[in-house]
Design a protein around this ligand. Structure first.
Ligand code: TXA
Ligand code: MG
Length: 346
């Protein structure tokens, strides 16, 4: 298949018009959101949705998120709108928050992987919203990467994985949040299944206590059932090893420097994901500054792009752990998964 690429800024009407028709006709469209690029199909058409799984190589027991253009579009997708959902939608939509609740009968099993719940979100991105409106249906969309790879936050990363596998791509430039949406289940006690740009602290300021699923910061135990099927798969794996160092900035940097020198003496090619606070510790070594430890959102914004850009020709990426609070929780969730939970603390 030949993929048509449109620039969402210069070919605005054209691009979303064509892409909307492709969605209605059962095809696949890559589109930008504020979090990461999505790979979309008509969310009410099981056959169209099946093509998403094929294009990504995604296990079909991992359910998808439905994307809507306005709050009232959720009503037909759930059995009812719980009060907590209403409060959260008013506060955080459009935005990087996905809500999981009991699905209605119009949602195909292909979307939910047979679960009785469905995940829905309203993205905060002009092109995404224009596309959903043009399509006139909710758009089912996972991140637009091959299954297992870091999610794409730049069109060049989408092209690496998806060129020739989809009908149309809309290039909206870099994604601002850089990690996927927060996934919150509203079945029973509100529980974060995947942390993201809307933090636990922000959610709690609106609905009170929110739990964080165990699998967010821990590898899933052998006999443990994942609250969210996505959590059981290897994720965000770049083409090289990733090693995380814990401790104060100074401590983490000294662990990294020691391990870097050791690996280098064995002939390995290494690079360090440094921060504004720690860059001076890494003089004479190869590093990139990926953000500011006091602004975890800056680290989130560049993590996936850096994992892709720096892994070519590299054997090991070293990165510092940061406190897992506010947006640091989303950062550590992605970094730990990218490393396969390879963590050094002394
Ligand atoms: O920011 C995002 O959420 C991006 C953009 C494109 O919107 N989408 C995205 O989709 O990250 P995906 O498919 O890569 O991740 C969806 C996550 C998976 O971990 C999946 O297991 C979980 O949401 N999920 C989806 N439906 C669910 C459900 N009914 N119950 C529990 N978890 C669900
Ligand atoms: Mg994904």
């Amino acid at each position: 298949m030949k993929t048509e690429l449109y620039n969402a800024k210069t070919q605005k009407e054209n691009g979303t018009g064509v892409a909307g028709r492709v969605i209605r006709a059962g095809g696949l469209v890559v589109f930008p959101t504020e979090t990461v690029y999505g790979l979309g199909a008509n969310g009410l058409d099981g056959e169209a949705v099946a093509k998403i799984f094929e294009a990504k190589g995604r296990p079909n027991d991992n359910p998808l998120i439905l994307h809507v253009a306005k709050k009232s579009d959720v009503r037909p997708l759930w059995v009812k709108i719980p009060d907590t959902a209403r409060l959260l939608m008013d506060e955080f939509w459009p935005g990087p928050l996905t809500l999981v609740y009991l699905k209605s009968s119009i949602v195909p099993d292909a979307v939910t992987a047979g679960l009785d719940t469905v995940a829905v979100r309203m993205p905060e991105h002009r092109t995404a919203l224009a596309l959903i409106r043009a399509a006139g249906v909710p758009i089912a969309a996972p991140s637009a990467n091959l299954s297992g790879k870091p999610s794409p936050t730049r069109i060049e990363h989408v092209l690496e994985d998806m060129d020739g596998r989809v009908d149309v791509m809309l290039d909206g430039g870099p994604c601002s949040v850089g990690v996927e949406s927060t996934v919150l289940s509203l079945v029973g006690t509100p529980t974060i299944l995947r942390p993201g740009g809307v933090t636990k602290e922000m959610l709690e300021s609106v609905i009170g206590t929110v739990r964080v699923a165990n699998a967010v910061l821990n590898p899933l135990g052998e006999n443990e059932v994942a609250a969210s099927p996505g959590m059981k798969y290897r994720h965000y794996a770049p083409d090289c090893e990733v090693v995380v160092a814990e401790g104060s900035p100074r401590r983490a940097a000294s662990i990294i420097n020691r391990e870097y020198s050791l690996a280098e003496s064995e002939g390995k090619n290494c690079i360090i994901f440094a921060t504004e606070q720690t860059k001076s510790y890494y003089k004479g070594k190869k590093y990139v500054i990926i953000g500011d430890r006091d602004m975890p959102s800056s680290l989130c914004a560049s993590l996936f792009a850096a994992l892709r850009d720096e892994s070519g020709g590299t054997d090991i990426i070293f990165a510092e752990a940061i406190p897992a609070r506010e947006q640091g929780l989303a950062y550590m969730n992605r970094l730990l998964r990218a490393s396969g939970f390879t963590v050094l603390n002394n």
